[in-house]
Write a protein of this length. Sequence first.
Length: 488
Amino acid sequence: MSPDPADSSRPPEDSIKPIDLSSLGFGPSWVDGPNENIGASRGSRREGGDRPSFREGGNRGPSRGPGGPSRGPGGPSRGPGGPSRGPGGPGGPSRGPRDDRRGPSRDDRGDRFQDEPAIPQMVVTSGFFPDDAKFELLGDAMKKSQITYELFSVALLILDKEDRLSIVIRPADAEKRPDATLSISVPDSVPFLTEAEAVSHVLNRHLDKFFDTVEVETEAPKGSFLMVARCKRTGAILGSPTHHSYQKALREHHARTCPNAAFDRFKADLEMVREPEAIEAWKKSMSTRTEYAPKDRQEGEPERLESMDAARGFLLAFRREATVISRNQVRFPGRLLAEMPPGPLRDCVRYALDRQRDFPLDTANGIRGRLRKEGFHLYKKGSKGITYACGVRRKCRDPKSSFSDSMQKIFDCLDKTSGIQGKDVALAVAGETADDAAKARVLADLNFLIGEGYIAKLHDGRLFAQPVLSTQAQAKEEAANEDASEEK
């Protein structure tokens, strides 16, 4: 979905914080435990500090200085920017006599580059969408709260944990090669770049679903063997380089344990062991052979398969539909990211996920339709404002409308000091010396106005009164902004 041009001009002072829905009854999988440091692989800049500021379509860097009062749907004015960052300026200590025209020092350059992650090979394009079941829980909680949320904050909440996601991937060259496909391991729905990788995964993880293994006694190797090869990764003894089964053993072990690694590199990493104990252990292991008996064998199928390569061929010939399928586009649950084997595909998806966690524009635009389907209303404050979502349709005030004295005082209070908490509104309207009953009546009126859409309550408790539409042109502009947000 194309970026929202109206969202791309968000001022530098704005920053987004994750929504705290701990009191809305999501359940353990959503709110229990400490907050996650999401996207920690992005570098050391996050350790021991808060998430950097985000802008809905603006620059990626954090805010450069303390801004004015926080903005909301009511649109209070922004305060001055932060102090100067220049050397010797009032905003920071002097950097000394070094001539700045020479550029940053080597240490400065090293720190900056160390923060940025290495960009993996972009083998797929990735899109992130909410998991259906989790999104229903999220929508119900948001509606019950009658709270107005920034669209970016909702996107960040979904991206925060992988089990809340549904991930869609396509080959990176899909536009140039419409026939390009990805493969899926049918038993567990894990995606792969090639069919060979998917079949190797099935043989490694789900062999028991297709075969019964049978141990058959054979004659141990005879002769004198000076060394045997051992896999450093698994510790398995693969055989003597002078034995006729050596190359076959290497191929089977490579396909079973590390199919994503190049075979030549795997072979170069083997170590040669000369200890007599290791050589004797290999001879003893060769006195038996594992054969594979197909489950649910049909007429015309072999009874036994003597090697892993034969088992692979059997699956492709007789069990292909239950083993691997190919698609131009693959959608899989985000929880499967943890089960994907290391390699370019997983690195590419994780990199794209980290980028969205840093700046969730694509994800935010992608959930607009889902929010509308769940009954939410989306709107902007002005043509270049922040996009908000709420289960209650907002209502702008008409100068001809009349409210009770208590409600009008609430509006007057918020028009004068926008972004304050409900308890402060009750204190300002009822008075410092008012009893609890008087304050409770003010809060009741306040909750009524929130439920009707005249006042927006953000997730941090700040309150903003919707604007007064003094002219017909202004009313049309506000309606157009809301309609535009609903359509995107």
